[in-house]
Design a protein around this ligand. Sequence first.
Ligand SMILES: Nc1ncnc2c1ncn2[C@@H]1O[C@H](COP(=O)(O)OP(=O)(O)O)[C@@H](O)[C@H]1O
Ligand SMILES: [Mg+2]
Length: 363
Amino acid sequence: MANVEKIRIKNFKSHENFLQNIDRNFNHVVVHGRNGVGKTNLLESFSFFSNTKGMRGDNIEKVIPIMQNPKGDTDVSLVLFSKNNNLNLNLFVSKNEDLFKKTFYFNDKKTTLANIKNYISFLWLSPYMDKIMYEGQSIKRNFVDKMISQNNINFYRTLISYKKNISERINILRNSKDDKWLNIIEEKISENMYEILKIRRSYANLINNIINEKLKNFRLVEIKYVNKFIINLEDKNNSIQNFNEKLKMNRNIDEISKRTNFGINSDEITFFDTSNQISTVLCSTGEQKSSLLTIILANCWKLKEEKKEFILLLDEATSHIDEINFLKLFNEVCKFNTQIWYTGTSKNLFQVIENKGFFIHLQ
Ligand SMILES: Nc1ncnc2c1ncn2[C@@H]1O[C@H](COP(=O)(O)OP(=O)(O)O)[C@@H](O)[C@H]1O
Ligand SMILES: [Mg+2]
């Protein structure tokens, strides 16, 4: 279990100077206050310790207060209590000429974001994610790819390498058309692709099993990958050769369309509502939110089983979710025995938590 015990924020969006201590005996922390008081900004400041773009997908310059001449640099400082130790996390944002630079510190020593993930992960649900359930393929695929990347550096690196290679291939196709070079790049892309498709499927399998085992009483959802171009991935060499041939065949059409028509995006992903036997795209907004939560909670269970510490940030989880489902959610997150953050416009939304929670009223 892990708990944020102390927060000190300077110059992060609307928070000019924010200080808060939190009683470690409460796992549930509720931040409430009217629209625009900075509830999401508070959780967002934590999320930069787990993701380069934080929970709103913002570039770091966006966090600089827009007021004239903020007094000093941006500094987010958290004291965590985890495994009987205090951990100090710091994020500094400084401006050099026109460039903004992020620097992380762990127990006062300069460190990397990747290293911080060895000690703590922040996971979140935010209203920005609602669209994952009703919009198209790419947003769903990216959401799951990001979840995999969070704790699988090999997957993350393969994705980066794949993206670099496909852009290089399009460049060659549009310019030199050097056959030898194309063969080499296509070979690399095929290997990257095999790796990515394999990891996606094994991740989906794992998450689906966790959902069946741990989240039966919440909501049953299944992550499915379908790829009409691929029959089976069991034989690695054969699959890679197959991908390679398809890439070669597509050279002309890829050159004209300036994109890779056969690649990792030919994977079609569905979140399937197993209880109702329909795709979650067709579910109600509230049902979609619960389905999204199921996937996030399964990811929490995965971390818990791997004995990794995490804190869950639930921004506006009560919107679209009725009282019964919120109670169900509360019962599920209690099992993690770690700190859970909630935000909402009114304290009344959190009656279920009552004396089990630490309440922060932002004004
Ligand atoms: N870079 C920034 N500098 C100063 N204020 C900002 C910046 N970015 C956003 N804000 C403001 O922060 C306020 C609080 O936002 P938010 O945390 O989303 O509120 P809520 O409490 O409703 O979640 C908003 O009024 C927004 O205009
Ligand atoms: Mg908000």
